[in-house]
Design a protein around this ligand. Structure first.
Ligand SMILES: [Mg+2]
Ligand SMILES: [Zn+2]
Length: 196
């Protein structure tokens, strides 16, 4: 029987890295302050750490999947420089129901707030979802986390909590289990909760 691991599933833009308008160039990647410290402590505690990100820019033809991969590699390089191990995975949804690029124009199950990306990560990485935290900066992240059966942390480091964005597209404003100003601020509570 596989022993399931606790996990940390991170939204990318606004949580792990600064949410810049259109991120295509790896050189534009800026880690959020303390993100590397947070990930290092999670890895030391034995958590699988993976990224779950909607990249609507791909569906709009503004950025290729390959460019997203290059940006993600840059994130790993920056984390490695600060003593982090490689992440356990990057899970990317490139789809959108109104995509301008035909191949991405589907109503998929992986675009958050759907839980498909998280469930895929959980299956691939053998995560115990009840002992997995989803950290995001948008209500759609929190809803995806709840639908996947994760525990949820909203961080206010992103740019997406100003009204009227909150809840408008979702029709609901999901309540996260915890709210913190950043991933770094959230880590002590996440690790403490997993000790219980
Ligand atoms: Mg985000
Ligand atoms: Zn998708």
């Amino acid at each position: 029987m596989t022993v399931l691991r606790p996990g940390l599933l991170l939204d990318r833009d606004g949580v792990l890295i600064s949410d810049v308008h259109l991120l295509v160039e790896p050189s534009d990647v800026i880690l959020e302050p303390g993100a590397a410290d947070a990930i290092r402590s999670a890895q030391i505690a034995g958590l699988a750490v993976a990224v779950v990100t909607n990249q609507t820019v791909v569906s709009r033809g503004l950025c290729s999947e390959e460019q997203v991969t290059r940006v993600n590699r840059r994130i790993e390089d920056l984390l490695a420089k600060q003593g982090c191990k490689a992440l356990d995975g990057f899970y990317v949804c490139p789809h959108h129901p109104n995509a301008t690029v035909g191949q991405y124009r589907i109503r998929c199950h992986c675009r958050k707030p759907e839980p498909g990306l998280l469930l895929h990560a959980a299956q691939t990485l053998a995560l115990d979802l009840q002992r997995t935290f989803l950290v995001g900066d948008r209500p759609s992240d929190i809803l995806a986390g709840q639908r996947a059966g994760c525990r949820t942390v909203l961080v206010t480091s992103g740019r997406h909590l100003d009204p009227p964005i909150v809840g408008v597209q979702l029709g609901v404003t999901p309540e996260a289990d915890f709210t913190f100003s950043s991933l770094l601020e959230a880590m002590p509570t996440i690790l403490e909760e997993l000790q219980r």
